[in-house]
Ligand binder design. Structure first.
Ligand code: ADP
Length: 393
């Protein structure tokens, strides 16, 4: 080792331990903490002094304590992954005995029983007469904890994503295949029926290509490959444009579509195309989930803090249960899979469950927030904010 390092060795090794990205503890064979880097406290949710405490006081996890005990008993490296009860997270724990030669008064800590056991386990031809275990004693052990919770969460997201996409593709594909078979029989015997099958095939294919287009769009937005062309846009114009675009659809399904625009021209910083798309999606959903005779209001108003403008779409539809409300902005999340695809109230067939995920990304890319409130069986309101840039009264 470099001489300069030898001189500052204690300081240097302490710095090394502190530089580790994972929580690391040094404990003695009696489970007493002799050192803990700065990551340990936050992981254990413990604010007090860690040094001098027994590990069992800081960590209430029998399985992890048993792993450490195994390392102390056997004087060997032990590793394990542990689910953290009640949190959905997991830790990877590695315990390593540390060789420590300096202090003469420290003795090997191998119990008599252990020595006898090791002696018995040795091969007869390598066992010297009267030999005891020739392993070094360990007084200190490093315990490194890697928090795998985020990794586990990402694995779950990936698994769910594959399961969802498979489901979304399989259902229409199975239906296309069945329709094509039936079409074959009907084509000669019943041309009218055949025409119906052709239309249904077309609609399933349309659904599939919309799904693929939305997936690609979501992945482009998520990876930041869709640059937002942000410019001053009049809030009122955004609302009126979406109203005009969706009025025919609302009328077809006999729901009232109205606007509610606060007085005063408020300019927001927005990519008008993207924001119009979000609004169209929200109104389209509202039409889908609102029975005939219901009312949908698209509006905008200033937030009390004056720097944000909020846009909202309020309907008198079926509403969303609280447990679903927390999840509807996730990719592929649909409140009721079967209803979404088969018994939808309004037009457009079953959605992909991607619309709100895309909306959230678009709004967040503008520095805004999107949220939803609902009274099940009565109404839902989707609200998002955009930054105000200028006001002309
Ligand atoms: P989809 O393409 O299925 O509409 P979204 O991401 O746009 O996907 O919406 C996700 C789910 O949220 C919908 O399937 C529906 O269950 C629920 N949802 C969205 N908007 C409304 C609404 N206005 N009223 C009731 N439920 C809604």
């Amino acid at each position: 080792m470099d001489e300069r390092l030898t001189i500052h060795y204690k300081h240097f090794s302490q710095q090394l331990v502190e530089a580790m990205p994972w929580p690391m503890l040094i404990i003695d064979a009696g489970f007493q903490v002799v050192y803990g880097n700065r990551q340990v406290g936050p992981l254990f949710g413990y604010k007090g002094k860690i040094v001098g405490r027994r590990l069992g006081q800081l960590l209430d996890d029998t399985a992890i304590l048993q792993l450490i005990e195994a390392s102390i008993e056997a004087g060997s490296i032990q590793c394990g992954e542990f689910d953290r009860a009640g949190t959905g997270g997991a830790w990877k724990v590695s315990v390593t005995p540390i060789e420590h030669r300096e202090t003469g008064h420290e003795r090997r800590r191998v119990s008599k029983n252990q020595r006898e056991q090791e002696h018995a386990e040795m091969e007869p031809d390598v066992k010297p007469a009267g030999a005891t275990a020739a392993r070094p004693a360990y007084h200190y052990f490093s315990v490194v904890i890697e928090d795998l919770s985020e990794l586990r969460r990402l694995e779950r997201v990936r698994r769910d994503f594959i399961a969802n996409i498979s489901h979304e593709l399989r259902t229409p594909l199975a239906s296309v295949s069945l329709l094509a078979e039936t079409l074959e029989d009907a084509i000669e015997t019943d041309p009218d029926k055949a025409q119906v099958f052709v239309e249904r095939i077309e609609s399933e294919v349309q659904y599939l290509s919309d799904l693929v287009a939305e997936l690609l769009e979501l992945s482009r937005i998520e990876s930041g490959r869709v640059p937002m062309s942000i410019e001053p846009v009049e809030s009122e114009m955004l609302v009126r444009e979406v109203m005009a675009r969706l009025l025919p659809q609302a009328q077809r399904h006999r729901v009232n579509l109205r606007t509610s625009i606060e007085q005063g021209q408020t300019m927001v910083a927005a990519d008008s195309k993207q924001i119009a798309r979000v609004l169209v999606n929200l109104v389209h959903n509202a039409i889908k989930f609102t029975p005939s005779g219901g009312t949908i209001i698209i509006g905008c108003r200033r937030q009390p803090e004056e720097t944000l403008q909020s846009f909202f779409v309020k309907d008198t539809g079926i509403g969303i249960a609280p447990e679903d409300l927390a999840r509807i902005f996730e990719r592929f999340y649909k409140v009721n899979q079967s209803r979404s695809r088969a018994n939808f109230i309004g037009p457009g067939g079953g959605g992909s469950g991607l619309g709100l995920a895309i909306a959230r990304h678009v709004i967040e890319a503008h520095g805004g927030r999107i949220s939803a409130t609902s009274t099940p069986g009565e109404s839902s309101t989707f609200t998002f904010t955009l930054p105000i840039i200028t006001t002309v009264m």
